[in-house]
Ligand binder design. Structure first.
Ligand SMILES: Nc1ncnc2c1ncn2[C@@H]1O[C@H](COP(=O)(O)OP(=O)(O)O)[C@@H](O)[C@H]1O
Ligand SMILES: [Mg+2]
Length: 587
């Protein structure tokens, strides 16, 4: 998929056609049958125009009874066949569109999973969702529609043109002179359409974004009674999108109306010359009518063809937005894989700054953590604690200095292998809209039911889980809305435990617990931490006191380090934090 999209470029339409073809290639069989159906359809249209002369000749002249008797059946047959081929054509084209979009959506989703964290701190989720849903939906409807129009209408025009040429070539050529005019007009409008359509795509992504944000923040919106300003914000986004859609409708309809005028003038010229030929006996009445029917029947296909360009520009703008995603580089991953590690961690003079932010978040951080050691990291909010452990997970690769795990540079590690040795209980607890059991299994999908229960027991979650209506099979709602903060935290802890990681990272893991749960967790954690390298970010005293070493971080620098007993005697940040009883509200 990446390769397909690398070939598209913003300017050259040939590359876009090639990309569409690459996406379609897998369904070439269907496409071929669909095109044959288009040809049949066009031929039937041609036959209808053609027959007009014979019918009129028979009615006016020889009156061949057999022919006239069979004609109604013939007409019935032709129309039935036209219906059939039209159905088959639409069905096949539609199925190709749907298949392309299915593949595309899955490929895009997989691409999203491979993108680095830096992408997600830049792009809004609304814009990503919109590309996955809205832009692919445009392709789903527009590709088959446009392809069908293109194949059916262009062949119809060609076949009808042959009928017209055969009937009276000079008259035909005269009436075809308007075709260049149609091409020019359709090109002009096509350009406008591409611009407008890209804008519409952007605007709908804004709308999606607002909805997404609103759903995630409903609790806050209600308690701060933000309904009215948000509703206004939504209205302005929806209205702007509406205005742009109307612009598209105008361009499309303007194209059509322009065609009417062009067609009208063409027909006027045609009638003028046609009447002249008939009056001077250079053409028969029936020939002329057959000719007129052919030309008239060309009118609608030509009108549709003139819009094909507009539709193609819409497809291009959706395709280009999808391409933006595929063109991004994947997370950089090294090649070293390890089945087990000891859990030896070294930060060697690490500095880091978030892309686009002016200051370093971490400055010359050097830490060495031995296997099995428990290190607590404390510091005021914003000091860089979470960032420090994000680096260990390989979320960012643009840091300076080096990080080693078991003496292997993080940059050389295969990311999946690296992460399989780390269990994280993050600050923002993320649970999925699934059962308790599956949320814990997320830590290690191949674990047994017994192991899930064991992990839950260790995390002191077993009791509350079994008291829920369906026990381990209870659905916890989106992001775990049906659970309390402490319950979510314990499930998140069980999820990290079941991984049995050599390195355990707890980011404020006890912050939203009441004293009782905290004591339970405290006990649980002592058991869990044994034999593992543990990095714990905490503001609860009890957790920190037991740590082998405490590292105090301030504005991205290590300013103090040592055991609780030493640090609490020194003047400095630790003492300050200690005196505040770690009541600093985090986040
Ligand atoms: N994705 C991000 N992009 C830019 N700045 C960030 C990002 N995440 C955190 N920061 C900034 O980095 C600093 C450290 O954040 P963090 O590591 O979360 O601190 P802590 O966990 O100690 O509270 C803060 O000033 C924060 O605003
Ligand atoms: Mg933090």
């Amino acid at each position: 998929m990446n390769q397909i999209f690398r070939q598209i470029s913003g300017k050259d339409w040939k590359n876009d056609v090639y990309a569409i073809w690459s996406l379609t290639r897998g369904h070439a069989g269907r496409l071929a049958i669909a095109i044959i159906c288009s040809l049949m359809l066009s031929s039937i249209n041609g036959a209808i125009a053609w027959l007009v002369k014979d019918v009129l000749d028979n009615l006016a002249g020889e009156k061949n009874r057999v022919f006239l008797m069979l004609l109604p059946f013939g007409v019935f047959l032709l129309f039935s066949l036209r219906g059939f081929f039209s159905f088959a054509n639409s069905f096949l084209m539609g199925s190709i569109g749907a298949k392309i979009v299915r593949t595309l959506r899955q490929a895009m989703y997989e691409k999203l999973l491979r993108l680095p964290m830096s992408f997600y701190s830049k792009k809004s989720s609304g814009s990503i969702i919109s590309r996955l849903i809205n832009d692919t939906a445009i392709l789903e409807t527009q590709i088959p529609f446009t392809a069908k129009n293109f194949f059916v209408q262009s062949t119809t025009v060609v076949i009808l043109a042959f009928v017209a040429l055969y009937r009276k070539w000079d008259l035909a050529i005269l009436s075809f002179t308007i075709i260049p005019l149609i091409v020019i007009v359709s090109d002009r409008f096509g350009r406008r359409m591409k611009k407008t359509s890209s804008k519409t795509r952007r605007l709908i992504s804004k709308v999606t974004e607002i909805i997404h944000e609103t759903l995630a923040g409903m609790r806050i919106i209600k308690s701060f009674t933000m309904e009215e300003p948000l509703s206004k914000r939504n209205e302005s986004a929806v209205s702007e999108h509406y205005r742009n859609v109307m612009r598209e409708v105008r361009i499309n309809e303007f194209t059509s109306s322009f065609m009417e005028v062009i067609a009208g003038s063409g027909i006027a010229v045609l009638l003028w010359y046609g009447f002249y030929l008939i009056v001077h006996n250079r053409m028969s009445m029936s020939e002329f009518l057959s000719f007129v029917v052919a030309v008239m029947m060309m009118y609608d296909p030509l009108k549709r063809l003139s819009r094909v360009n507009n539709n193609f520009q819409t497809i291009r703008s959706a395709l280009n937005r999808i391409r933006d995603i595929f063109m991004l580089s994947d997370e950089k991953s090294g090649s070293v894989k390890k089945d087990t590690i000891k859990g030896d961690i070294i930060y060697d003079n690490v500095s880091f700054r978030y892309p686009g932010s002016p200051d370093d978040v971490l400055r010359n951080v050097s830490i060495r953590i031995s296997p099995g050691e428990t290190v607590a990291i404390v510091g005021f909010s914003g000091a860089g604690k979470s960032t420090l452990i994000d680096l260990l997970n390989g979320f960012w690769d643009n840091f300076s200095g080096n990080i080693y795990i078991d003496k292997i540079s993080l940059r050389d590690f295969n990311l999946s292998s690296l992460r399989s040795h780390i269990g994280v209980v993050p600050q923002d607890i993320i649970l999925f809209d699934d059962t308790v059991k599956n949320n814990i299994l997320f830590g290690r999908p191949d674990a047994s039911g017994q192991e899930v229960m064991q992990a839950a027991k260790t995390a002191y979650a077993h009791d509350f889980i079994t008291s829920m209506p369906d026990g381990y099979d209870t659905f916890i709602g989106e992001r775990g809305v049906k659970l309390s903060g402490g319950q979510k935290q314990r499930i998140s802890l069980a999820r990290a435990i079941i991984r049995n990681p050599e390195i355990l990272i707890l980011d404020e893991a006890t912050s939203s617990l009441d004293t009782e749960s905290e004591m339970k967790i405290q006990k649980a954690m002592e058991g869990i931490m044994r034999g593992r390298t543990t990095i714990i970010i905490a503001h609860r005293l009890s957790t920190i006191q037991k740590a082998d070493r405490i590292i105090v971080l301030e504005k991205g620098r290590i300013i103090q380090s040592g055991h609780h007993k030493e640090l609490s005697k020194q003047e400095g940040t630790y003492k300050e934090l200690y005196n505040l009883q770690f009541n600093v509200t985090e986040r």
